[in-house]
Design a protein around this ligand. Structure first.
Ligand SMILES: CC(C)(COP(=O)(O)OP(=O)(O)OC[C@H]1O[C@@H](n2cnc3c(N)ncnc32)[C@H](O)[C@@H]1OP(=O)(O)O)[C@@H](O)C(=O)NCCC(=O)NCCS
Length: 130
């Protein structure tokens, strides 16, 4: 991606035949225009892994790379999540994300189920947990 304000990644693994296949993707976005209670800043803006490749550390690798990308540019990082998405909340826990607020609309995203959580992590001298 040429956009210097956004990090878009794909995860590539070898297929059974040995050919490279894309098994996941993830992105960040730089939220610059305030449209609701969510602050401006760099957000981890989505990560999806092929169901047959889950629980093998793909999202972890995609998130570690994105957090490092943001850390090179800012001292904090955000993401928004549906409270029912426990897999996502558990995935991000390694970077010490903390809940900032809950709202039905965050960064312009309307949440199914009525509420989303804004999470924030400081990137100053952070060592991710295992
Ligand atoms: C959430 C998602 C990206 C995780 O991808 P993944 O490659 O399977 O995740 P990893 O293997 O890197 O898992 C890293 C950690 O995340 C947590 N985690 C991942 N999937 C989990 C699940 N189903 N339940 C609970 N915790 C989970 C665990 O802490 C896991 O570490 P562990 O395997 O040592 O216990 C994947 O399930 C997915 O694509 N879901 C649909 C899209 C989505 O909800 N994206 C996130 C919100 S945008």
């Amino acid at each position: 991606m040429e956009n210097p304000d956004r990090c878009v990644l794909v995860a590539q693994c070898p297929s059974q035949a040995g050919d490279p296949i894309i098994v996941g993707w993830a992105q960040t976005y730089h939220h610059t225009a305030v449209v609701d209670a969510a602050p401006t800043g760099h957000y981890l803006g989505g990560v999806t892994v092929d169901p047959s490749w889950r629980r093998q550390g793909v999202a972890l690798a995609l998130t570690a790379a994105r957090v490092q990308w943001v850390a090179d540019r800012a001292d904090e990082v955000f993401y928004v999540v549906n409270p029912r998405n426990l897999a996502s909340i558990e995935l991000h826990r390694r970077w010490y994300f903390e809940e900032v607020m809950r709202s039905s609309r965050l960064t312009g995203i309307e949440f199914s189920g009525g509420v989303g959580i804004l999470m924030r992590a400081s990137l100053a001298e952070q060592v991710p947990r295992r």
